[in-house]
Design a protein around this ligand. Structure first.
Ligand SMILES: NC(=O)c1ccc[n+]([C@@H]2O[C@H](COP(=O)([O-])OP(=O)(O)OC[C@H]3O[C@@H](n4cnc5c(N)ncnc54)[C@H](OP(=O)(O)O)[C@@H]3O)[C@@H](O)[C@H]2O)c1
Length: 294
């Protein structure tokens, strides 16, 4: 039995659909009954902050998909809250007798890194020391961020803001991350390995803005800004100054090309090519309806 955490999230929801298609035995962890019923799959109600609920959800589980919301604009006991959340899931899995976890992490995860890179680095170390077998998925930027305004920086008019320079990013469709997780959780390969997951192409933020313009049927511009200007903007949005500086440093690393190479990991894990940005947009006519009308 597989436990899918983050089952309503950007990757978890696709993993639920793909495990259902495969006929795999799994249970989704959700925060309330309404979300569980909406998934249409076996589910357990639980919360990362409630270890008893995690212990109950783990009954009969041998494999776990681990995903939490990523870095937040606040700390708990001096650390990103996702560290405690994911530690609780790993510890509950081990205590319940599970043997394997597939963790959704991030490219360049390392202890001491900015925001989610640093937090995932701490969790990766905890997982590797847990006694569970593990596989770590390290994607770069999600295409699905462009469906959620809160996950990409923009101005008042809907224009994108990003790093200065010719920032090229190998954005990935979360359906392909889910496909990698599904293959791992239902197979025997990839134990003790980390995989950097990307889409099939690198594209610049300016190119993304042009594609969003076509998809939304209204102009979306792009403004590349220096690290200090991005930190200022984030502080203006109410982010703690230290976390604003960390986030701005991540944008600057994007500008230096840190997420700008393509890997073949999706094809190696799933046997299929990852989806392009155009395929991602075509799958979301609700958000990009102007494409069909063009
Ligand atoms: N966005 C990117 O470009 C990107 C790139 C690389 C890696 N990542 C990593 O991908 C991961 C997922 O990020 P995301 O932004 O896409 O998030 P997400 O998967 O869309 O959402 C987080 C999931 O965790 C659940 N959750 C939140 N708090 C919970 C709690 N206390 N107890 C139980 N479940 C809880 C949410 O459930 P509800 O529906 O109830 O809220 C949701 O299913 C993060 O670790 C992030 O660092 C993101």
């Amino acid at each position: 039995m597989i436990l899918v955490t983050g089952a309503t999230g950007s990757t978890g929801r696709h993993l639920v659909a793909q495990l259902t298609d495969r006929g795999a035995a799994f249970r989704a962890l959700v925060r309330d009954d309404d979300k569980g019923r909406a998934l249409g799959a076996d589910y357990a109600v639980g919360d990362y902050d409630d270890p008893d609920s995690l212990a109950a959800a783990m009954a009969g589980v041998d494999r776990v998909f681990l995903a939490s919301p990523g870095a937040q604009g606040y700390l708990v006991d001096g650390e990103q809250p996702m560290i405690g959340w994911e530690r609780n899931v790993i510890d509950a899995a081990k205590a319940a007798g599970a043997t394997y976890a597939v963790k959704l992490s991030v490219w360049h995860a390392h202890r001491g890194g900015p925001m989610s890179e640093g937090a995932h680095g701490v969790v990766e170390d905890h997982l590797k020391a847990s006694g569970l077998e593990w596989t770590i998925l390290q994607p770069g930027g999600f295409m699905q961020n462009f469906l959620r305004p809160e996950t990409s920086l923009g101005d008042e008019d809907g224009n994108l803001i990003g790093p200065e320079g010719d920032a090229r990013v190998a954005f990935i469709d979360c359906r392909d991350i889910a496909a990698c997780a599904a293959a791992l959780l239902t197979g025997e390969t990839g134990r003790g390995e980390s995989f950097v997951l990307t889409g099939p192409e690198v594209i610049t933020y300016a190119e993304v803005a042009a594609k969003l313009s076509d998809g939304r049927g209204l102009p979306v511009g792009f403004s590349g800004q220096p690290e200090a200007a991005i930190a200022d903007r984030l502080r203006g949005l109410g982010l703690d100054p230290a976390l604003a500086a960390e986030t701005a440093s991540l944008y600057a690393s994007l500008g230096r090309g840190a997420y700008g190479q393509v890997t073949d990991a999706v094809r190696r894990l799933t046997g299929a090519e990852p989806r392009s940005f155009d395929e991602f947009m075509a799958a979301h006519p609700d958000a990009f309806g102007a494409l069909a009308r063009a």
